[in-house]
Design a protein around this ligand. Structure first.
Ligand SMILES: C[S@@+](CC[C@H](N)C(=O)[O-])C[C@H]1O[C@@H](n2cnc3c(N)ncnc32)[C@H](O)[C@@H]1O
Length: 256
């Protein structure tokens, strides 16, 4: 254990539950956007890389030196074994404190991984990690959901119920449940999988934070990061008060 208190989340730490991640999370616009930003770059760091969907795909299709960092061994295990996984340097580490001793042309955090940082101190530490690993002309991008949109209201059993076909478990019923603490802006959500064949339940309880844009602006500035563009979604639409996401694309602040 390092200086940070690690919250163990079975969603990512339990190999059986982690094996649902790619089925429940298709390749989407965030990864397309990062792929276009990565075109022609020589090095990329994927912080909170999870099952390595993006890192492995990029490494497979380019000469880019790709690093993926994640604390969850079960997620990294999937990452290592996917096509292209052998071309990525995987590091089991915490985005708040990891130091890789090198810099990158592009640092990304996709899939709202930034929201796993529950306190301002955690978010500040993660942004310092980004700054520490950027080349002078390197760029970063990440996404954090807009609290004003309150997307978590949809994560109810009624609205989230879905049927999944899992290669090992067969037919599975899946759903979420959720609670929101307005004091801390932390959302706690359950993810539940019930295997149809034998009724076995696989469940996790996760916590994520919904930081305000003004807090992100302040923390980015404190970390020495400069934002070139704020997008409101991964189609790169402008960020407005009702956009689903806050997506800063930026770089190290140039000294004046
Ligand atoms: C929603 S997943 C996103 C994974 C990946 N970026 C993607 O787009 O598929 C969030 C990831 O953040 C990781 N994570 C949790 N705590 C973390 C921390 N302290 N530092 C870095 N990553 C962390 C989890 O293990 C998980 O893999």
């Amino acid at each position: 254990m390092n200086e940070y208190s690690a919250h163990t989340d079975r969603l990512y730490e339990d190999p059986d539950i982690a094996s649902f991640y790619d089925i429940d999370n298709a390749w989407s616009a965030d990864l397309d956007c990062c792929r276009s930003l990565a075109a022609g770059t020589a090095s990329l760091l994927d912080l909170g890389c999870g099952t390595g969907r993006f890192a492995a795909e990029l490494a497979r299709r380019s000469d880019c030196a790709v690093y993926g960092v994640d604390p969850a061994a079960a997620m990294l295990d999937i990452a290592r074994h996917r096509p292209g996984g052998d071309r990525v340097t995987w590091v089991q580490g915490d985005g708040r404190g990891v130091r890789l001793g090198r810099r990158f042309d592009l640092v990304v955090m996709t899939g709202h991984a930034f929201q796993v940082f529950l306190t301002q101190a955690d978010r500040q530490a993660a942004l310092r990690t980004i700054a520490t690993h950027l080349e002078p002309e390197g760029r970063f991008i990440f996404d954090s959901r807009n609290p004003a949109v309150a997307e978590w209201r949809e994560w109810t059993p009624e609205q989230s119920g879905r049927r999944i076909e899992h290669p090992r478990f067969g037919a599975v019923e899946a759903w979420n449940d959720v609670s929101h603490d307005p004091e801390t802006a932390v959302v706690t959500y359950g993810t539940h999988y019930r295997v149809s064949a034998d009724g076995r339940m696989l469940s996790s309880h996760s916590r994520i934070a919904f930081a305000s844009r003004s807090e992100l602006e302040r923390l980015l500035d404190e970390a020495g990061l400069e934002v070139e563009d704020w997008y409101g979604d991964w189609e790169r639409r402008p960020c407005t008060p009702t956009s689903p996401d806050f997506i800063p694309l930026g770089r190290l602040r140039r000294s004046s």
